[in-house]
Design a protein around this ligand. Structure first.
Ligand code: FPP
Length: 260
């Protein structure tokens, strides 16, 4: 789904000023925020310093998404594999998450942001879970932007959970379709991302939304995450708009997808 019809005048103006087609803004953008450690190392600082500056880039991307009328923004904030990092780094990341929620959620909530999470959130420290619960509950009715934090998330974990739940529900194998699987994933009810951005020059998907990204366009940039600003976000959307999306079908002469 694209968001053109739901857009307000201000969002149309921003699209115009950025040379973007308001009718082809993706409804859902997912981001692998990568390069905080390298950004810090380049400055002779600790990795945690990079994560702290990564919060500025989160703020910029949320703002840019809202300015364009993107409806869902999923950020890969902490993967299942990230638990294997040094204890001090994991603790610092959890504290940073709590501090950021405490500092920013009121303002984001007032702007219409709804906070959601995907992943094994029960594995996070209790204070983190409490803060997330509060932020999710207080923004539940907001509709401008769904900010979806992937926390203790990995796609393989999510798929194993889904398979277990499908089996436990007793549904017959004959009744299982792609829609059934989607219903059992933690992204239930959220449209699949049309665009996935990864920063820092890595060209990997790193166990992120493997099912949901089946037909997404990928934008890779060498920019390290703390340097990723609104302009970088707009560039990624521009890149997306230059792609021909065929979904395995063919394009007719008007560049519409024809389904056989
Ligand atoms: C990857 O960079 C980044 C992370 C594992 C954490 C992302 C966290 C933030 C941006 C800050 C907090 C987020 C929110 C939503 C408040 P890396 O450490 O793997 O960098 P490297 O590849 O250069 O080592």
């Amino acid at each position: 789904m694209l968001v053109g019809d739901l857009m307000n005048t201000k969002q149309r103006e921003v699209c115009e000023s950025q040379g973007l087609d308001p009718n082809r803004i993706p409804s859902h953008v997912a981001i692998i925020m990568d390069g905080n450690g390298r950004w810090a190392e380049e400055r002779g600082e600790s990795r945690v310093f990079g994560h702290m500056h990564g919060v500025d880039a989160v703020r910029s991307s949320v703002q840019a998404a809202m300015e364009l009328g993107v409806r869902h923004l999923t950020l890969y904030a902490f993967s299942t594999e990230n638990w294997s990092r040094p204890k001090e780094e994991v603790e610092a990341l959890m504290n940073l998450l709590v501090d950021t929620l405490v500092k920013e959620m009121n303002e984001l909530g007032n702007k219409g942001v709804r906070l959601r999470t995907i992943g094994d959130v029960g594995a996070l420290p209790k204070n983190c879970q409490a803060q997330l619960d509060e932020a999710e509950a207080s923004t539940e009715s907001n509709e401008s932007l769904d900010l979806i934090l992937a926390l203790s998330y990995s796609s393989k974990w999510e798929m194993v959970q889904a398979i277990k739940k499908i089996i436990d529900s007793g549904v017959s194998s004959a009744d299982i379709s792609a829609e059934t699987v989607s219903e059992y994933l933690s992204t239930r009810g959220i449209p699949d991302p049309e665009l996935m951005i990864r920063t820092s020059g890595e060209h990997r998907i790193s166990n992120f939304l493997l099912w949901q990204l089946a037909y997404a366009e990928f934008h890779f940039t060498s920019t390290l995450w703390p340097d990723f600003g609104k302009e970088n976000f707009f560039n990624a959307i521009r890149d997306f708009q230059n792609r021909e999306r065929r979904f395995g079908g063919l394009l007719d002469t008007n560049h519409n997808v024809t389904v056989q």
